[in-house]
Write a protein that binds this ligand. Structure first.
Ligand SMILES: [Zn+2]
Length: 398
């Protein structure tokens, strides 16, 4: 017994080192294998999610890209290399032993897991470096599609990470048609200049009156701070699945973003402009319920505020509004069937009377100033009298 105990003690440090090295190797192998499979699954399903609405079809697509295709490729490569080596042998010296022939396939190598890691890493490099703009946009919009509405510590961390990665890859630049009119909206908004008190002219002053201080319009988020409200999940973002015929730029149908807020939360005009459409009659608005459309920059930019609970009585067609100051309505769920109260907010570029194109407002909302918080939602609801019906035009794309 004593004799047996001394031997392992001497070998132990040596063995322990090897065991540790082996454990590190196995861990590295598993982490890189699972990590590369998951990353390819997320990236490919986010990209395909722009045209595929079905969950199962997305899962099949992701599994095919991350597992099936590399596996088939490996089989094909093995075949190819084995055939090449076989031919080389036949042309050269005859194989000396039968054993050598049977070993051929094994010596060709292409170890399963490392091959999968290599192919998946190459796929990721191709998608993230070669098509970084599209991949980034898809990750930002749909990188969390499989989480649904899940909201916990881990889903929140995941959403935050994937949206950061997506935004980094996307390096958002405006669609070409929006560059001319929205260049100022796609960068952090300047602090609003304090109101300038103009001193009255001296009594014996003669000449033209001094010009009034020029108001520099600034883009504002439609919902007040202090928290910046953004679409919380893939189903609320631009391009998410919605039934019915929709403009092609809206991918699977959602032409704006949905931001969940309690009923009665004030909604602000995002920029100086005029009221272009106004529907107070829920039935007339159909799926949009009560809604307001504002025209900015001589009508070249349109912003829509949909599913409103109420619209102030003094808001009328053609009326001028001020960005971040004029409350154009309150958050509600008019026109929806089962949804929680939310603001559907959309931005469109208009060139001609009939040519209109929606753009994704989410990257812009990141930059826009937050309006100063106004009264509590309950006070706003109480102060508003029941809405009356006014003429307006229904839109078909809530
Ligand atoms: Zn919506």
């Amino acid at each position: 017994m004593e004799h047996d105990e001394t031997a392992p003690e001497e070998k132990a440090p040596h063995r322990r080192r090897w065991a540790r090295l082996y454990a590190t190797y196995v861990t590295l192998r598993w982490v890189s294998l699972l990590g590369s499979i998951l990353l390819v699954f997320v990236v490919v399903t986010a990209l395909g999610g722009g045209v595929i609405a079905s969950t199962w079809a997305r899962v099949v697509l992701g599994a095919a890209a991350a597992l099936a295709i590399p596996w088939l490729l490996r089989g094909r490569l093995r075949q190819l290399v084995a055939r090449r080596m076989g031919r080389a042998r036949r042309e050269g010296a005859q194989p000396r032993r039968a054993q050598e022939r049977s070993d051929r396939g094994r010596r060709v190598g292409l170890g399963g897991s490392w091959f999968l890691v290599t192919v998946n890493t190459a796929t990721l490099a191709l998608l993230c470096l070669g098509f970084c703009d599209d991949t980034g946009r898809a990750l930002r919009r749909r990188g969390d599609w499989f989480l649904g509405e899940a909201d916990g510590w881990l889903p929140r961390r995941y959403r935050d990470g994937v949206s950061r990665l997506g935004s980094y890859l996307e390096r958002f630049d405006l669609p070409p048609e929006a560059r001319g009119v929205l260049a100022d909206a796609a960068r952090p908004q300047p602090a609003v200049a304090a109101r300038v008190e103009v001193a009255p002219p001296p009594e014996n002053f003669e000449g033209p009156p001094p010009p009034p201080p020029v108001r520099q319009p600034v883009w504002f988020h439609p919902l007040a701070g202090p928290r910046r409200h953004m679409p919380p999940s893939a189903g609320c973002r631009f391009g998410a699945h919605r039934p019915g015929r929709r403009p092609p730029e809206c991918e699977l149908g959602h032409c704006g973003v949905d931001m969940l807020r309690p009923t009665g939360t004030p909604v602000y005009a995002v920029y100086d402009g005029v009221v272009e459409k106004l529907v107070r009659d829920e039935k007339r608005g159909k799926l949009a319920g009560k809604f307001v459309v504002l025209a900015h920059k001589e009508g070249k930019v349109l912003t829509s505020y949909v599913h409103l609970h109420s619209i102030p009585d003094d808001l009328a067609l053609g009326m001028e509004v001020r960005g971040g100051e004029t409350v154009i309505g309150t958050v509600g769920k008019t026109g929806t069937k089962r949804s929680a109260p939310h603001l559907h907010f959309a931005v469109a570029i208009r060139r001609t009377e009939r040519w209109k194109k929606y753009i994704d407002p989410e990257p812009l909302l990141m930059f826009w100033r937050l309006p100063e918080p106004g009264p509590a939602p309950s006070e706003v609801v109480a102060s508003l009298s029941p809405s009356t019906t006014q003429p307006g035009t229904a839109i078909s794309t809530p």
